[in-house]
Design a protein around this ligand. Sequence first.
Ligand SMILES: Cc1ncc(COP(=O)(O)O)c(C=O)c1O
Length: 377
Amino acid sequence: MTDYRADFDIPRDLCYLNAAYMTPLTHRQVAIAQEAAVRMSQPWDVRQVDFFTQSEAVRARAAQFFGAQSDNIALVPSVSYGLSIAVRNLRLAAGQAILVLADQFPSNIYPWRRLAAETNAEIITVQAPDDQDWTKAILSQIAALQDRLAIAAIPQVHWSTGLQIDLAAVGDAIKAAGAQLVLDLTQSLGAVPFSVASCDPDFVAVASYKWMMGPYSTGFLYVADRHLDGIPLEENWIARRGSEDFRRLVDYQDGYQAGARRFDVGEKSNFHLMPVLEDGLAWLDRFAAGEIELRLRDVTAALAVSAERAGLKPAHCAHRSANILGLFVGADAAQIAARLQDLGVAVTARGETIRLAPHLWVDQVDLEHFGDAIMRI
Ligand SMILES: Cc1ncc(COP(=O)(O)O)c(C=O)c1O
């Protein structure tokens, strides 16, 4: 078996189960980041074409993870940035509803709160279901709202519990209700297969520093064809038609670059981070579709067995994702996470849940390390 741990600089006595917090850069990415910094010490070698080539390569690689075309992908620095673009371009009338999930990540809450307040619309929060079946709970809320539902803004995998939502089923119900679908796939894309064909979302935002193996401050926004003539958040020069020709930048243009490029963040060429991001996507690219999910499912299953043996309650296997395993431990969650940390196991406590988020660097030694630590606690 390939030793993926060797690609990363993770100390042997650390069991790092925190990919949902942040993924470490690989050794190669660190070298590439250093090269990029050196290159920027010599800007006389930066050519005009370089403002476009690397970002286009990243866009093309990223598009594959969405099952989309490059033209539908914008380069954004964060989920909040991407979702602010969605807010600006969706239909919503007074009295209509925006559906979100309880305890959803705040970047996928605050933009909707502002929009709802400005429009006199209502946020409807689906409560965490006792049986852990978010899909059923969401479908029943959609049915209850009927044509009042304007927007559903949800994830594929809940960031704190790892419970997974069947986006194809939800997408069908949203379509039938005539509503719009916005996704935050930060805690799944790269680890869990996805295709826009499965649910036809309007917008999909992803931060890349977790499961997309990218550096912090980079991300993607998928924009459906029907929004490609929308209004960007900012009016940056490089997003305008003809910006490749630096001699003619003051021949101001009303038109934009093709497709979703109009929504790109300013200075999208990001000479320091783009090469690092491209290499992270290339690291993921070596795996066949679904292969990472399959491998991670084995890892989370092994972690669940250890947790159960120690008397803890892992998320139900029928509803949990392959990449994030929630342990429902109650009020002691923060204390247990701190004790795991003391024993060299990095996890996160969120509310009453401990979140285990392994990636392919987790090996047999790590699994035994976790098993011993949780048993001792
Ligand atoms: C589900 C989810 N969305 C988004 C983010 C990051 O949001 P932003 O890029 O706006 O900082 C996180 C970070 O933990 C997250 O877990």
